[in-house]
Design a protein around this ligand. Structure first.
Ligand code: NAP
Length: 256
């Protein structure tokens, strides 16, 4: 039985991971870490198996992670639209001043990694984003947050921590069913280039990311790996649905 803490447990992908682990009680004892009991109650109809806190407060993470074997990091800053698109102008986005990527995606993730290391956690699975090789990526310009730059700095901290890691750089996330597409892995944002494999899109369902996280917790091939991932279209006649996660992880490598 592996005891796992999932942060961002009320987030769109984090809540899927939390529920999937909860549904495998013979393999996993799951605790979720979230900010809002009200949001948790709304989402899950209960606050069972949840602890509440903020990842920018290291003590709160330390208290939550004591006794865990593995950590899943699914927290992220998220910008809000502050001005809709108008003629000739794109929409404008901004972060809450206390929720900037530097605070949440760098300091908040470093707090989690350090707390995990101190608690003797054996494995960390982190969901990040593709696009991190490009400092001028539009996600970096959004809300002047440099979000991909801060995420990558935290990922390097994880690699340097010596704790076994799996870093999943997801393509664009879709709220569509998982388990019905072929997943395609790569690295260094090559999947965003013209040379990406035939049929690969630049996105995948959140549920497929959650399936990757759950499988990474058990598959030896996922240890000390960092990779990009997208999916082929569900209706692609040449695609074959990914079922063998061990083989998929075997195609990936470590380091950023
Ligand atoms: P999400 O729904 O935005 O969830 C983020 C979670 O982080 C939320 O649960 C949020 O709490 C939590 N959080 C934020 N600040 C926190 C803090 N200070 N303390 C504690 N918790 C905090 O995430 P998602 O859309 O599922 O994305 C998952 C990951 O994939 C993220 O790293 C994202 O950047 C990445 N990604 C996203 C896309 C995309 O297309 N959106 C593409 C590629 C990669 P609340 O629930 O209280 O808000």
């Amino acid at each position: 039985m592996k005891k796992v803490l999932v942060t961002g447990a009320t987030g769109q992908t984090g809540s899927l991971v939390f529920q999937k682990l909860k549904n495998q009680p013979e393999e996993f004892a799951v605790m979720g870490f979230a900010r809002s009991p009200e949001k948790a109650q709304q989402l899950f109809n209960s606050t069972d198996n949840l602890v509440f806190g903020d990842v920018t407060n290291k003590t709160q993470i330390e208290n939550a992670i004591a006794g865990c074997d593995a950590l899943v990091i699914l927290t992220s800053a998220s910008p809000k639209m502050v001005a809709p698109p108008s003629e000739g102008n794109p929409p404008k986005f901004a972060y809450d001043p206390e929720g900037m990527p530097k605070q949440v995606d760098y300091h908040g993730q470093v707090n989690q990694i350090e707390a995990a290391k101190q608690a003797g956690v054996k494995q960390i699975v982190l969901v990040g984003s593709m696009g991190g090789t490009d400092p001028n990526h539009m996600l970096n310009r959004m809300g002047n947050g440099n979000i991909l730059v801060w995420k990558r700095k935290a990922e390097q901290h994880l690699i340097d921590s010596g704790v076994d890691y799996t870093i999943i750089h997801a393509g664009g996330l879709l709220n569509e069913p998982g388990g019905v597409r072929e997943l395609v892995v790569g690295r260094d944002d090559s999947l965003l280039s013209k040379n990406s494999p035939e049929g690969a899109t630049n996105s995948l369902p959140r549920e497929d990311v959650a399936n990757l996280v759950v499988n990474a917790l058990s598959e030896a091939n996922a240890r000390n790996k960092a990779f990009d991932v997208v999916s082929k279209r569900e209706d692609d006649p040449k695609a074959s649905v990914t079922k063998d996660f061990a083989s998929l992880f075997a195609q990936t490598t470590g380091g950023l």
